[in-house]
Design a protein around this ligand. Structure first.
Ligand SMILES: Nc1nc2c(c(=O)[nH]1)N[C@H]1C(S)=C(S)[C@@H](COP(=O)(O)OP(=O)(O)OC[C@H]3O[C@@H](n4cnc5c(=O)[nH]c(N)nc54)[C@H](O)[C@@H]3O)O[C@H]1N2
Ligand SMILES: Nc1nc2c(c(=O)[nH]1)N[C@H]1C(S)=C(S)[C@@H](COP(=O)(O)OP(=O)(O)OC[C@H]3O[C@@H](n4cnc5c(=O)[nH]c(N)nc54)[C@H](O)[C@@H]3O)O[C@H]1N2
Ligand code: SF4
Ligand SMILES: [Mo]
Length: 748
């Protein structure tokens, strides 16, 4: 490919994964030009201000290029791959043989732009008998998943492109996206006199600037606001009774509760005037279509699971599901959003939702003396020491493990606590894809080809997991040889037949399919695409289960040929493609029994008592509430480590209302100390009259220790989880209350 040709890829800085077109420099070592990809089926040429900065990810000075082993003094030495794989598999095997594979924990598996590591890890976990795992979804979305699963049998999303009324609850899409082409969509709604944009957020955000109605809810009190709004709908009979009768179960129980909820009490608890609250409820009740999106402002907050339930009642009671402009469940290739509850965690006995241990309890389940504690950990494509509550406790937990392994592209805060660090190729050096595809009626998928040659010393996750599984002796002899022979002699058709024969003989081989596909089929894929081999199984699964939606998307083929056609299209659609196309009837077909369950007893009971309880979130020692981890124009979790990528707010200032600041004699750019019950951090203050009085905020993803090329190591900004606590968490899902951490701020 000539250097001035435009190559397709994607932005990896948030879940939207907007399609990009890039031109490389003459040497092919860096991106020279970058623009949105018009051919991408979802983003359609859209990008935000962050996309042009992805080179900072690719060229980070602390990228890894050799496996590393920790020395007794906490420094690291480079070791070669064979040594690393042999030692790691030996030590993990020893934990498994002595204490059982269930004592080995797996964390991560993907970030905002890459979900293939987790797919390959399945083989390693099977080889070791790993049972317990988690990832970032269990510190934000599991409560929502649990509620949605029980109500809808899946995770509904809003049709914001067509909704008359759009509601953003604890969500600032102007900065954080979460819907495709967010800024364009927000502007469209805002400009249209027939549509209404409602933002519920203590802060007057950039999104709130565009809103018709901004409810500046008191921090942590959304449950009261929503309960009050539902009560208005019920008490003024703005609910859709005929629709409820046909499409839901349990409406009577819900109506009975909210008939007696005191709106006035709810209003005073949440700090929104009763008439404003009621007018907003009426706006929702009278609209022809409503779509709602909740996010961290409520998910990382008090009563988060209850709020996930109440916000759904608001739009289900008014009939806003299963038709254009309302809500749908999507038919994507991945399984994100399945909120089935199964079992309890092994030490503290907390609820397991979506197969994930609540993030907030992981370090306690390591540091415990309980015989079922986790004794080893594999962490891949995640930085939990920085991203999960209570970094100090996490560091302690990491060092208490008998063996810990981090697979990452960079030397992260988590890597610095691990026994072994394994370097992965970057997302622009291998085939990658994510499963964050929630669009409807057309759902897309995007397999990206690499832009650059792999960095010396780093390996694709597929290869890392293959080597681990092989070294653990978990692959039965002759299996890859028989698959390779089938491929050579009879192509894909013979390969399929051999896969079925093998699976019929040994069903447990399914767990090793990812690494086996990589080692066999992967060799036949175009240069650079081997890391995508495991998608072959997914393509066939999708084709077998959803032939009709695939055919509507334009695919054809009898029997197994349909899956092959899909897989081939995945590898040869550089801008992504539509993998399912459906009508609204399929949304209803996915709701169990065709009826939405409205009465979730424990949450309904809590809603009933809510107006009679008014909590105290602050105290004399900690009079302010910290929103620990706000999305700003230059934050992207910890994906980019070089602080130079930020065009503004370089040090991640503490935002504070001028009146709160004046009370403790702080001015613009004052240096201050934020102190919580768990820790403290030094910050630069910025005065922001958009803030709610009493709430201060720090951005997410700051406070990374960055190794500059000149050999110095510096940290810019405050790491939010030095201040958070594992104990401040939701009663149902264990998700953290990061938006309302009690703190005090002192001048320095
Ligand atoms: N720029 C950028 N975009 C990102 C990311 C990033 O790092 N940077 N990360 C991505 C990820 S992983 C995620 S999960 C999403 C998160 O996306 P968002 O949830 O939109 O992000 P936040 O800014 O953390 O929180 C949203 C809002 O919650 C508000 N809030 C604080 N307290 C309360 C409260 O008590 N009630 C209510 N109703 N609101 C409250 C804050 O003022 C804030 O505006 O963003 C994604 N997009
Ligand atoms: N206090 C507080 N804490 C928060 C938040 C908050 O708002 N407040 N936000 C939370 C949210 S919503 C989320 S989603 C989490 C995110 O936190 P994490 O799930 O820990 O994810 P990231 O910070 O995105 O880190 C991703 C890691 O993957 C590595 N990586 C990048 N590309 C590759 C690759 O190709 N292969 C491999 N193996 N590794 C790669 C990066 O170097 C980085 O270390 O943070 C959470 N933490
Ligand atoms: S950060 Fe911006 S450009 Fe990148 S995927 Fe998200 S919305 Fe798209
Ligand atoms: Mo997230």
């Amino acid at each position: 490919m000539t250097q001035d040709a435009w190559q397709a890829t994607a932005c990896i800085l948030c879940t939207c994964n907007c399609g990009l077109k890039v031109q490389l420099n003459a040497e092919g070592t860096d991106i020279a030009r970058i623009k949105g990809d018009e051919n991408h089926p979802a983003s359609q040429g859209y990008v935000c201000n962050k996309a042009s900065r992805i080179s900072y990810y690719q060229h980070g000075a602390d990228r890894l290029s050799s496996p590393k082993r920790r020395r007794a003094d906490g420094t690291y030495e480079d070791i070669d791959w064979p040594t690393a794989i042999a030692e790691i598999s030996e030590r993990l095997r020893s934990v498994r043989d002595t204490h059982g594979g269930e004592r080995i924990f797996y964390y991560g598996g993907g970030g905002q732009g890459n979900h293939l590591p987790g797919a390959y890890a399945r083989s390693t976990l099977a080889a070791l008998g790993v049972r317990w795992r988690s990832n970032a979804l269990a510190q934000e979305k599991t409560g929502e998943f649990w509620v949605a699963q029980r109500m809808f049998g899946g995770w509904p999303h809003g049709d914001f492109e067509h909704a008359e009324v759009a509601v953003f609850l604890g969500k600032n899409p102007w900065q954080s996206h979460g819907v495709q082409r967010a800024r364009a969509t927000l502007r469209d709604i805002s400009k249209d006199p027939n549509r209404t944009l409602i933002v519920i957020d203590p802060r007057r955000t950039e999104t709130a600037d565009l809103a018709d109605i901004h409810l500046a809810v008191r921090p942590g009190r959304d449950a009261w606001l929503l309960a009050g709004m539902i009560a208005v709908l019920v008490q003024e009979d703005l609910i859709d009774r005929p629709w409820l009768l046909e499409h839901t179960r349990g409406a009577e129980a819900v109506i009975a509760v909210f008939r007696s909820v005191d709106v006035q009490r709810c209003a005073s608890a949440c700090g929104v005037a009763a008439d404003t609250l009621a007018a907003t409820a009426r706006c929702i009740g009278r609209a022809s279509s409503v779509a709602v999106l909740e996010d961290l402002g409520v998910q990382m907050n008090r009563h988060s699971t209850l709020v996930s339930y109440l916000q759904r009642l608001l739009w289900v009671l008014t009939g806003n599901f299963g038709r254009p402009g309302t809500h749908y469940t999507a038919r994507g290739l991945g399984g994100i959003g399945n909120g089935v509850e199964r079992g309890r965690s092994p030490v503290l006995g907390e609820r397991i939702i979506a197969g994930l241990v609540p993030c907030n309890i992981i370090p306690d389940e390591v540091l415990s003396s309980h015989p079922n504690r986790y004794r080893a950990m594999i962490i891949e494509s995640a930085n939990p020491v920085h991203s999960l509550a209570d970094s100090a406790k996490w560091r302690q937990a990491m060092r208490a493990l008998e063996c810990s392994v981090v697979i990452d592209v960079a030397m992260t805060e988590t890597a610095r606590q691990a026994d072994y660090v394994l370097p992965a190729t970057s997302q622009y050096e291998k085939a990658e894809a994510t499963f964050f595809n929630f669009e409807f009626p057309d759902n897309f998928f995007h397999v990206r080809a690499p832009l650059f040659a792999p960095r010396d010393g780093a390996l694709d996750e597929a290869e890392i997991h293959y080597r681990l599984v092989h070294s653990l002796g978990a692959l039965p002899d002759g299996v890859d040889a028989s698959l390779n022979r089938a491929l050579e002699e009879g192509g894909r058709e013979a390969f399929q037949a051999q896969v079925f024969t093998l699976l019929a003989e040994q069903p447990t081989l399914a767990d090793f399919a990812p690494v086996l596909l990589y080692r066999t089929l992967g060799r036949t894929l175009p240069e650079g695409m081997r890391n995508a081999a495991t998608l072959w199984a997914l393509a066939h699964q999708h084709a077998l289960g959803h032939r009709e939606s695939l055919e509507r998307a334009g695919f054809a083929g009898e029997g197994m040929a349909l899956g092959e056609a899909l897989f081939d299209a995945m590898l040869s659609s550089p801008s992504g493609m539509v993998v399912s196309s459906e009508g609204w009837e399929s949304v209803w077909a996915r709701v169990p029994g065709g009826q939405i369950e409205l009465a979730l007893p424990e949450l309904l009971a809590e809603a009933e008592t809510l107006p009679h309880t008014v909590p105290e979130e602050t105290s004399q020692a900690y009079p302010l509430l910290l929103a620990a981890g706000e999305r700003r124009s230059f934050t992207a979790n910890t994906i980019i480590r070089d602080p130079a990528w930020r065009r503004k707010d370089g040090e991640g200032a503490l935002r504070m209302h001028p009146e709160d600041a004046a009370r403790i004699n702080l001015g613009e750019r004052s240096q201050a100390r934020v102190i919580s019950a768990s820790g403290s951090a030094e910050v630069t203050v910025t005065l922001d009259e958009r803030m709610y009085r009493g709430q201060v905020s720090l951005p997410n993803g700051m406070g990374l220790s960055y190794a500059y090329v000149d050999g110095t190591q510096r940290t810019v900004g405050a790491a939010p989880n030095e201040l958070t606590s594992t104990d401040l968490r939701d009663a149902y899902a264990g998700t953290p209350w990061h938006k309302t951490v009690p703190v005090r701020v002192e001048a320095m």
